[in-house]
Design a protein around this ligand. Structure first.
Ligand SMILES: NC(=O)c1ccc[n+]([C@@H]2O[C@H](COP(=O)([O-])OP(=O)(O)OC[C@H]3O[C@@H](n4cnc5c(N)ncnc54)[C@H](OP(=O)(O)O)[C@@H]3O)[C@@H](O)[C@H]2O)c1
Length: 303
């Protein structure tokens, strides 16, 4: 089968199309014939060597988010049948024609492949951070990067719990943030003053889903580091802010299924249509994402 691999850290040019054997599922694993693979910021950070887990081994096969058809079942795999349409997390190597997974949700028939593959990482990250912030109905949350993949899900999950949300985005995405149900404002200089004007009673918590230097304004608004969580700002440790890194626990398969249903009914929305690429265009896809602006999920369409 065709897959994307790299054998050294570097720019997008290190990504190569390679031929490898189709993987065989063992234990509770399911083999997925991939139709869409999600491209996430972590993928290019790992490819560049900026994000390293343990001793690096090459070749590496990028991609942790997939949607497609169940193609083969390991001996202990339950809950799925050959031909089911599924989406979820790949063990590794999601930029490929086939990958193995043991954390898959059922894809609603009314959801297309690029929209399905936009959900696992964004929804699970948003939910994980909201749980850390212990929000209650009636409180006010600031989401920095509310137009992005994670931020837009955080906005909608918080609103569903009765939380008022102020969301930052670039000038061009102010309407999008408003349509998601949040009170929009722009990020950058003067953020704390703009938020104070919108929330004279203050904000109860801050979710930094951008990691672009918004933490000092968050600390100013909160009068300290309590109930501020970032998923991306490397200054967190120095500033004493909680950094929520990758998920240590089980993947929230049921939650992504529920959100998928709500996208179909229109109760939830994705920030913008996906930006799609072919498998051969994986390097361009990662380059597009490295620009750091949320304008729809970057997706590789496979087959
Ligand atoms: N720790 C974890 O578990 C975890 C999990 C998932 C993602 N992440 C990280 O979280 C970050 C966001 O991921 P994503 O997939 O949501 O990315 P994304 O879809 O590209 O969204 C990026 C967001 O950042 C905003 N932004 C861009 N420049 C900004 C600035 N200078 N100040 C404030 N906001 C700015 C964008 O707004 P505009 O588009 O309107 O400019 C957009 O809302 C990435 O760094 C990613 O690596 C971490």
């Amino acid at each position: 089968m065709r897959a994307i691999a790299y054998s050294e850290f570097g720019g997008p040019e290190v990504l190569q199309v390679v031929e490898v054997p189709v993987p065989e599922p063992a234990g509770d694993e399911v083999r997925v014939a991939i139709r869409a693979a999600g491209v996430n910021p972590a993928d290019w950070k790992m490819r560049s060597g900026a994000l390293v887990f343990g001793e690096p081994r090459f070749p590496q096969f990028p991609g942790g988010e997939i949607a497609g058809f169940v193609d083969a079942l390991g001996p202990d795999a339950h809950g799925h049948a050959i031909g089911d349409q599924v989406f979820g997390w790949a063990r590794s190597g999601g930029y490929a024609e086939y990958a193995l997974s043991s954390t898959l949700a059922r894809k609603p028939a009314g959801l297309d492949w690029p929209d399905a593959v936009a959900l696992p990482v964004a929804v699970s990250t948003a939910a994980r951070v909201l749980a850390l912030l212990h929000l209650r109905a009636g409180e006010t949350l600031l989401v920095n990067g509310a137009s992005g993949a994670v931020g837009s899900m955080a906005v909608q999950l918080a609103l569903a719990e009765g939380v008022t949300v102020i969301g930052t985005a670039s000038a061009r995405n102010q309407d999008l943030v408003r349509e998601l149900g949040a009170i929009p404002t722009t990020y950058g200089d003067g953020l704390a003053d703009r938020v104070r004007a919108l929330a004279p009673g203050g904000v109860d918590a801050v979710f930094d889903a951008a990691g672009q230097g918004g933490l000092p304004a968050a600390i100013d608004l909160r009068g300290g580091t309590d109930r501020i969580v970032t998923i991306a700002d490397p200054a967190a440790e120095q500033l004493g802010v909680t950094f929520a890194s990758g998920p240590p626990g089980p993947r929230p398969v049921e939650l992504i299924e529920q959100v998928a249903e709500r996208v179909v009914t229109g109760e939830f929305r994705l920030p913008a249509p996906a930006r799609t690429f072919t498998l051969d265009e994986a390097a361009q896809a990662q380059q597009e994402l490295e620009r750091g602006h949320g304008s729809g999920k970057v997706v590789l369409l496979v087959n």
